[in-house]
Design a protein around this ligand. Structure first.
Ligand code: MSP
Length: 646
């Protein structure tokens, strides 16, 4: 049987943030899990590149729309590559084959009589690419989702007969109670459909950055509505409307999406598929939203968590583990360094890392790093049963899209392992003539860790490979069948020493999020929403506010690379004070230490000191960054160290 797993395709109007990384990690984990079980799996991700919002962002950036989309799409692809995301295809909605597939689908729906031409008049939010009925607007004008001003748009449009699918959709939800997961999210969809579906405007004439109409229909002033274009990526990626050799993967097993786009996936998408006479996806898995330290993330607050920064500081696999373990799938989650560090120290370092260290230590001391499983069953039937019960429960959690429960349950293996060492004290048995039993306990624990590593592999592929290498076995479908399905023990095997996998973290490794402003009282919120759009453009400060920042000229007197960091350089900067300041700056990709030594820089001198990779940093360098890279802002002529700027 084959499996098909997808992420949403990401808009190319900004770089990836932690929410994008979360969906991608879950989908990647699921794809790896299926492959481990031996399933022929296709995993799709990509970028959503059409629409007015992107056209406008490109204009603001002073670039052609395609150039702009190319650049941002590449940042997503590069990040997923750097993170080792195991996608089989990275689709872009600007791909020729995709656009041909969309035109083909439009033709099929049109010929079926599901698409007709009419006029549309409504309140349109460019940012959300969505029309809203007047009843949903805030103060009759503002978008209920993002608070920005909507505009009244009257245009000729082609419409999809969504209203025809109301009953069919309701029947489908009823007959497939697992279609929307978690089930708690299904009622909002069902109620929305029960409230009545209006036909959906599926073309636009107000902008041109979109898939053109099929030639057979003509009418070139229309381009396709982005959501029609975007949703169809799930089948065009398999060749729909062209070379259809991968269409056997359809229907998708799971489309992973955030809760905000559930409606598009659970209502529009199934209706489009019904119109195309294609089977519907088996599950839509809708996850919650991430906040940072309890605050909604937003560019203007400057508190958006960059997955790259977190991964650089803490390791991408630790981040995968944290995100999947921290939040019950479907619920909102909070990213805080404190919670992350706690999980690294207690679950990864203490529970898992410790078990490996104990196995290395004991096997080295008692049996010259050779482990033999032959006597395990003789002494440890109870523990073997407990281990098997945990292993047997795991698949169900993945099936139900509950990675947090999967990991919680999996961690019981480490309790069993660490518990039995504590209880049976092999070191004492080695001394009092019960050597056979002591060695059997070490072998049991090593087998527990081996099985845990196999099951943890989809979440932490590289770390578990290191564990498997250290225990001289390979994690693949064969070992999955042997150790997990058939519950066999490893044959005689050797252990190799590895450095600690999860060094303890004592201090946050990234600067803390900027402090949020206190929440405005409720009545002010509505007003604030209304004003938000204008405020952003009109973001002026008083001169006094500017002088709150102390900017100074500094001379770099020492510069060195920070080992193991791709980004950081450690500098000593003379600011005319008693001793130079240490500043850790993320500029290694653009400057060598030699480029900086004895040169001058501009420094924010009254920034609260922060720790970066365990090193204090007391200041920030001024720099400008664009798509060509980063350059430091420096005084035009040499100035005395410490000269104020302003
Ligand atoms: N392009 C559409 C999806 C089309 S799929 C056919 C889109 N793109 S998006 O880039 O805006 O969002 C992609 C995903 O990121 C969505 O699933 C959204 O829920 C998710 N997230 C955006 N912000 C998020 C958080 N703060 N937390 C978790 N996920 C969030 O929508």
């Amino acid at each position: 049987m084959s499996k098909y797993i997808t992420t949403p395709i990401y808009y190319v109007n900004g770089e990836a943030h932690i929410g994008h990384a979360y969906t991608t990690f879950i989908a990647d984990t699921m794809a790896r899990y299926e492959r481990l079980k031996g399933e022929d799996t296709f995993f799709l991700t990509g970028t959503d590149e059409h629409g007015q919002k992107i056209e406008e962002s490109a204009k603001k950036a002073g670039k052609s729309t395609k150039e702009f989309a190319d650049a941002i799409s590449a940042t997503f692809k590069n990040l997923w590559d750097e993170f080792g995301i195991s996608y089989d295809k990275f689709i872009r909605t600007t791909d020729e084959e995709h656009m041909r597939g969309v035109q083909k689908a439009f033709e099929v729906m049109y010929e079926k009589g599901d698409i007709y031409k009419d006029f549309y008049e409504g309140h349109y939010c460019v940012s959300c690419e969505t029309f809203f009925p007047e009843t949903q607007l805030v103060d009759g004008e503002f978008c209920p989702d993002c608070g920005r001003s909507t505009s009244v748009v009257k245009e000729e449009s082609y419409f999809f007969k969504l209203s025809n699918y109301e009953d069919k959709l309701l029947k489908y939800y009823e007959e497939h109670p697992d279609f929307i997961m978690p089930k708690s999210r299904a009622s909002e969809v069902v109620n929305f459909v029960k409230g009545g579906l209006r036909d959906l405007s599926v073309t636009r004439t107000s902008f041109s950055w979109g898939v053109k109409m099929p030639k057979s229909i003509g009418d070139d002033k229309h381009v396709m509505y982005v959501w029609l274009d975007a949703l169809l990526n799930y089948i065009t990626a398999l060749g729909y409307g062209g070379n259809e050799e991968k269409m056997h993967y359809w229907p998708a097993d799971v489309h992973f999406v955030g809760k905000d786009i559930l409606r598009f996936h659970a209502i529009y998408w199934p209706a489009f598929l019904m119109s195309l006479d294609l089977p519907l996806p088996k599950h839509i898995g809708a996850h919650g939203w991430w906040t940072r330290d309890g605050e909604k993330m937003s560019k203007s607050k400057g508190n958006v968590v960059s997955p790259k920064e977190v991964a650089d500081a803490y390791g991408v696999e630790n981040l995968r583990y944290f995100m999947l373990r921290e939040v019950p799938f479907g619920q909102d989650g909070d990213f805080s360094q404190r919670a992350f560090i706690d999980r690294i120290n207690s679950e990864l370092s203490n529970d898992l890392g410790n078990l490996l260290n104990r196995i290395i230590g004991m096997s080295g001391k008692y049996s010259d790093f050779v482990i033999d499983s032959k006597d395990v069953a003789k002494y440890h039937t109870k523990e073997i049963e407990a281990m098997n019960a945990v292993i047997d429960s795991l698949d169900g959690f993945m099936e139900k899209l509950q990675p947090h429960r999967y990991l919680e349950e999996l961690w019981k293996l480490f309790s069993i392992g660490n518990g039995i060492i504590q209880e049976s004290e092999p070191w004492a048995k080695m001394k009092n003539g019960q050597e056979e039993e002591a060695l059997a306990t070490v072998a049991l624990v090593a087998n527990i860790l081996a099985r845990a590593a196999v099951m943890l592999h989809p979440v932490m592929p590289n770390t578990t490979k290191i564990i498997a290498d250290a225990m001289s076995f390979t994690i693949d479908t064969k070992s999955y069948e042997k150790l997990i399905l058939n519950k066999e023990l490893l044959d005689t095997f050797t252990i190799e020493k590895v450095p600690p996998l999860f060094p303890r973290v004592d201090e946050p490794l990234m600067p803390e999020a900027p402090k949020a402003e206190p929440n405005p009282p409720k009545e002010e919120k509505k007003e604030a929403k209304k004003e938000k759009a204008t405020k952003e453009e009109d973001n002026l400060i008083e001169i006094g506010q500017f002088f709150e920042t102390s900017l100074k000229v500094g001379t770099v007197v020492e510069a060195e690379e920070v080992p193991k960091s791709k980004k950081l350089l450690k500098l000593q900067v003379d600011l005319g004070e008693e001793s130079p300041r240490q500043i850790v700056a993320g500029i290694k990709e653009f400057y060598t230490p030699q480029d900086l030594l004895n040169t001058q820089v501009c420094v924010v001198a009254n920034l609260k000191p922060a720790k970066l990779m365990g090193m204090m940093s007391a200041g920030m360098l001024l720099a400008a960054k664009d798509e060509d890279g980063l350059c430091l802002i420096r005084p035009e002529k040499p100035k005395k160290a410490g000269t104020p700027i302003g």
